[in-house]
Structures are given as structure tokens and as C-alpha cells.
Design a binder for this molecule. Sequence first.
Ligand SMILES: C[S@@+](CC[C@H](N)C(=O)[O-])C[C@H]1O[C@@H](n2cnc3c(N)ncnc32)[C@H](O)[C@@H]1O
Length: 310
Amino acid sequence: MKGEEARRVLREINRKFVERYEKIDGSDEFFIYTARRLRQSVRVNTLKVELEVGVENLRTRFELEPVPWCREGFWVSGGRVSTTAEHALGVVFIQEAASMLPVVALEVEPGMHVLDVAASPGGKSTQIAQYLENRGCLVANEPKPRRLGVLAANLQRCGVLVARVTQMDGRRFQGFPERFERVLLDAPCSNAGMVRKSYRYLQAWGRRRAKKLSKLQKQLILAAYTALKPGGVMVYSTCTLDPVENEEVVDHLLRHTDAEVEDIRVRINSHPPFEEFEGRSYTSEVRRCLRIHPQDNDTEGFFVARVRKP
Ligand SMILES: C[S@@+](CC[C@H](N)C(=O)[O-])C[C@H]1O[C@@H](n2cnc3c(N)ncnc32)[C@H](O)[C@@H]1O
């Protein structure tokens, strides 16, 4: 598919999406990759199997290509992993390659106390538990009752023993200051990066919703930061590329707290973050964040910021 054709396909479903994203990344590649289906990828769950053993086992039926930024991540071709016993038993977890990055950037170590503010369906919570090696504590929070079941089921399927599932609005973590050494806020967002997974995300996308989510994200990031211990690390991520949900939210945190943005040192291609957009300037520290467009690594679009509390 060429650039114009990709734009036409996307425009037929949601014209306003194409208009908005022409301002964010007007390249042909952006629209070509956004219109294209995602590659299948998995994370080997080392709570259930040694990495080498899990990989050898998958190699008997599938072709694997390592994900450069996540040791346990692989793109898989040659069949559907979702129909295998390994998937049913939680030996592997089907997870989009870019979405493995936030937890890698969090640098979790065994024994830590970790909060996942917006956890369902649990892709990142199960990855956190894997790096905790089932030692320490993971609070996996999700406010929506209908999304709690799948979170609990995934934690159980993956053999997670250190998770406590909570059900509350993430903004309430404002009331739990300095409790966690690591905090992940994988925020509810307008999901533009997920269009490659299903065009239903394209149908659901709207500019007003993105603006409304930006307000919620700003409240959530302040609450999540409050729950972080001094010296601790928080990662803010979204699977969308609109600056109002990304750079603007991190800028909000930096203007209201003493948070410091840190570099994320991983092997991944990315786009420079916006230091200014639509006449609004952001703190220059936002340039340390990772803005990953779909064409950079042939993945979902993602935005990741790593901050430390001094
Ligand atoms: C991007 S998804 C999280 C995906 C998850 N981290 C994973 O990797 O599987 C965002 C989640 O935030 C939840 N959410 C929505 N409003 C919230 C709020 N006020 N506080 C905390 N979570 C919220 C949504 O229900 C959704 O499950």
C-alpha cells in the first residue's frame, strides 16, 4: 500500500484522525504502517520456564526473531501462538513488542514494592512480576469492574504469587504517599497506536476524547508520582502519539513537582519528542522521553517517559 492509498483507507473510517495525524507525523511511512497489520509477538514468561528452554520449545514450531529491547520478547511467525498449550498455561504471554518497553524502562528488581496504576488486562503487570521473580510486592490496580476478571485471570495463568489486585480510581493513590520503589502508569489513552491491531480503535478515536483523557492523565500522573518513594522511578506510557496525551502530561508533572526525566537506554528507533506543539512550549527535559512511531520498528505507536523522584 502506498502513502495516498493508506491515507484513503484510514480516512474512509475516520477522516478526523488522518487530519490530526498529518500534523503529528505527515510522512507516507506513518500512514502506510498505521494501516498495516501488526506482527505477532510474545514474551517468554520466566516465572514458568527458563528463557532458553522456552525459546527452544517455540523454535520447534515457529520462526522467532528477537525483540532488541526486551530479552524475553520475540516476534513469531509460522502459526498462531494463541492456540498453543504454552499460551493457555502462561508459559508465553502474547504482548505487542513496543508494549514490552515501559516495564523494561522501569528497571524492576526482585524484592521491590511496585505499583501498576492502570493494570488490566495485565500484560505489563505479569512482566513486572516476572522481573520481581515473585519476590516483593505488586499492587495491580484497575478501576473498571468488567476489566478486573481478565487481570486476575492473567496474573493467575502466569503464575504470579506476589500481586495484590485493587479496584480504585488511580487518582486515589494521591492518598498513599511514598509507598513504592517503582510505579508504572500505563495510562488510559486514545489508543491511536493500536489502530494496527484493529480498525475499531480508529472508529473509536476522537479529538474531544483525547483532550478529555489528557486532563485525566495529568491528574493520574500527579497521584502516581505522590505514591513513589524518594529515589524511586516512575514510568509513564501511552499507546498513542498525540502530544496532548504525552509531552504535555509529562510537562505538567515537571511544572508541578521536583520530578527529573531520565534517559531510557535501550536499542530502539524513535522520533524526537515535541518540545513545542500548536504554539505551546514544553519543558526541554521532555526530549529525553521516547516517542515511537509505527514505522520506526514496525510496532504499535508508543510513548514512554522515565522519571525519578529526587
Ligand atoms: C492502556 S490500558 C492498561 C493496559 C495494561 N497496563 C497492560 O499492559 O495490560 C489503561 C487502563 O486504565 C484503566 N483506567 C481508566 N481510568 C482509570 C483511572 N481513573 N485510574 C486508573 N486506571 C484507569 C482502563 O480501564 C484500562 O484498563
